[in-house]
Write a protein that binds this ligand. Structure first.
Ligand code: ADP
Length: 226
């Protein structure tokens, strides 16, 4: 993903520049962490990177496609095929099994109906939860729920995984196993962008980008906790 002079100003009034013009290049197969205090612009960054919001300035290229040239349906298709999202809150439907939660992610992805179940099973196997496929989220631990959410993010076989505080709701032991899973996915070739407050999470990345007051900058050193 490549940002060229990308910025976002909310119109207001008063107008708020949540992201000042910035450049960022995340190469295929990189693992980049993004740190910054609350209100610094992390969600704004994520929403632009994830094609949920359009920047108000600059150019965003994803896999070489100028996303600004796409209409809404083109953006939705690109998002669905290239990007998986993992959030702090797992956002699972409580009355659907793990398998059904993962299958539902394919409804909007033009994946043939007959393929959805085997693909969901494969994704649950990939995150080590094949044996819990029929469990309801309420019967799963926090770490297992996040694994289901990761399986859901993987099921369309995205090239980029965007994670927003993926361990924010987990105790440290469970967080460690989820981070180990993210490392494995990265080793498998998925490009990772992980937003976090946690210096231990930030340190997993190959490099860290800091956002402060809407200004994005590369950080060379080991992060100190933003
Ligand atoms: P973070 O995710 O780091 O907490 P955000 O990206 O949510 O930060 O917000 C960055 C800045 O943009 C904050 O000052 C916030 O108040 C402002 N902001 C966020 N959303 C809107 C909006 N819809 N309209 C106006 N200002 C907004």
């Amino acid at each position: 993903m490549e940002f060229r002079d990308v910025s976002l100003t909310y119109p207001g009034p008063p107008p708020v520049t949540a992201l000042h013009p910035c450049d960022l290049l995340v190469r295929r197969g990189e693992y980049v962490t993004v740190v910054g205090p609350s209100g610094s612009g992390k969600s704004t960054f994520l929403n632009i990177a994830g094609l949920l919001d359009r920047p108000t300035g600059g150019t965003y290229l994803l896999d070489g496609t100028d996303t600004g040239a796409l209409g809404d349906s083109g953006r939705t298709a690109l998002r669905g095929s290239r990007i998986g999202f993992v959030f702090q809150a797992f956002h699972l439907l409580p009355h659907r099994s793990a398998l059904e939660n993962v299958m539902l992610a394919m409804v909007y992805n033009r994946i043939a109906r007959g393929e959805r179940r085997p693909r969901a099973r494969e994704a649950l196997d990939r995150v080590g939860l094949g044996h819990r496929a029929n469990a309801l989220p309420t019967r799963l631990s926090g770490g297992e729920r996040q694994r289901v959410a990761i399986a859901r993010a993987l099921v369309a076989r995205p090239s980029l995984l965007l994670c927003d505080e993926p361990t924010g709701n987990l105790d440290s032991a469970t967080a460690g196993s989820v981070l180990a899973l993210l490392d494995e996915l990265h080793a498998d070739g998925i490009t990772m962008v992980v937003i976090t407050h946690d210096p231990a999470v930030a340190a997993r990345g190959m490099r860290t980008v800091a956002i402060r007051d809407g200004v994005l900058s590369e950080r060379a050193a080991v992060p100190d906790g933003a």
